[in-house]
Ligand binder design. Structure first.
Ligand code: DOR
Length: 308
């Protein structure tokens, strides 16, 4: 039987299929539906230093090809997370990655520091790409110099691996990938949601209270694949790339992987079929078996190879 286990930034994951930030809460609700420990990892909803209420509703609108959200990083704050949610998370036998958000550089660092002694959190995913907040988020992710400083100053104060989740709302994603790598990032997560908008023609107003929101789901699959491809082509040997964006099936996941992703995250699909991450795991396993591929790593970046 093929092996799906992978080691990235010094950590061994049971498989390369994770669930994406903001689409799975803190992993606790899904326990009613299936065994969450089957997942390669759970990425938490963005955690900030202080509690946040998020934006006014309506803050979700569906489209035929995906959904728009403008949640605004609602979360209980790191203190309450550690006190009330972490003890439950500790019972789940898989790795957790904390998506970390700050309005200032110091806030990003402080959230990470607060989580340093929580062994279940194996890495941080810096959120510099939320399109729905006025302070923080893309303010850090759309300026290479600002991003470089944040990554460098965070990295030097923490012990756990540091991943950076990049924004697709830029002209050249590889410019931002390079800055992260040069500043010491251990991995890149591509991509967050794409800035979009819908208008309700009967109300003659935008659907979302914030007018714009982040587009996720099938619509952004080709954008994610393209950005992973471009980043892998230039920096694939420097750091692992984690693919996220529009993955519903194992075929979608394999597109990310063939483009250069060392692991993938299933996001919006969780809302439509909660079992989709498990189906993706199974599908990749069967695919490898059929193709007689022993190790998952043989699939990574495969569409770039000139010898097959
Ligand atoms: O689309 C997103 N929505 N991306 C984020 O990073 C955060 C989230 C939110 O809370 O608005």
């Amino acid at each position: 039987n093929p092996t799906l286990s992978i080691t990235l930034f010094g950590i061994t994951f049971k498989n390369p299929v994770w669930v994406a930030s903001g689409t799975f809460g803190y992993g606790l609700e899904a326990r009613e539906i299936y065994d969450v420990s089957k997942l390669g990892a759970v990425v938490t909803k963005g955690i900030s230093l202080r509690p946040r209420l998020g934006n006014e509703p309506p803050r979700i609108v569906e489209t035929p090809c995906g959904m728009l959200n403008s949640i605004g990083l609602q979360n209980p704050g790191v203190e309450k997370f550690l006190k009330e949610l972490y003890p439950e998370i500790e019972k789940i036998d898989t790795h957790f990655i904390a998506n970390v958000f700050g309005e200032t550089e110091e806030e990003y660092v402080e959230v990470c520091l607060a989580l340093e002694d929580a062994p279940k959190i194996v890495a941080y995913e810096l959120n510099v790409s939320c399109p729905n907040v006025k302070k923080g988020g893309i303010v850090f992710g759309h300026d290479p110099a600002v991003l470089g400083n944040l990554v460098e100053n965070t990295k030097k104060r923490i012990k756990k691996p540091l991943l950076v989740k990049l924004s697709p709302n830029v002209t050249d994603v590889t410019e931002f990938a390079k800055v992260c790598i040069d500043s010491g990032a251990d991995g890149l997560v591509l991509i967050n949601t794409l800035l979009g908008m819908r208008i309700n023609i009967y109300k003659e107003r935008p659907e979302l209270s914030t007018k714009t929101g982040g587009l996720s789901g099938p619509a952004i699959l080709p954008i994610a694949v393209r950005m992973i491809w471009q980043t892998y082509e230039r920096y694939g040997s420097a750091v692992p790339i984690i693919g996220v964006g529009g993955i519903t099936t194992h075929e979608d996941a394999l597109e990310h992987i063939y483009a250069g992703a060392s692991a993938v995250q299933v996001g919006t699909a969780n809302f439509y079929d909660p079992l989709s991450p498990l189906k993706v795991i199974e599908g990749i396993g069967s695919f490898m078996k059929e193709k007689n591929i022993e190790k998952f790593t043989q699939l990574v970046g495969r569409a770039h190879r000139l010898d097959i």
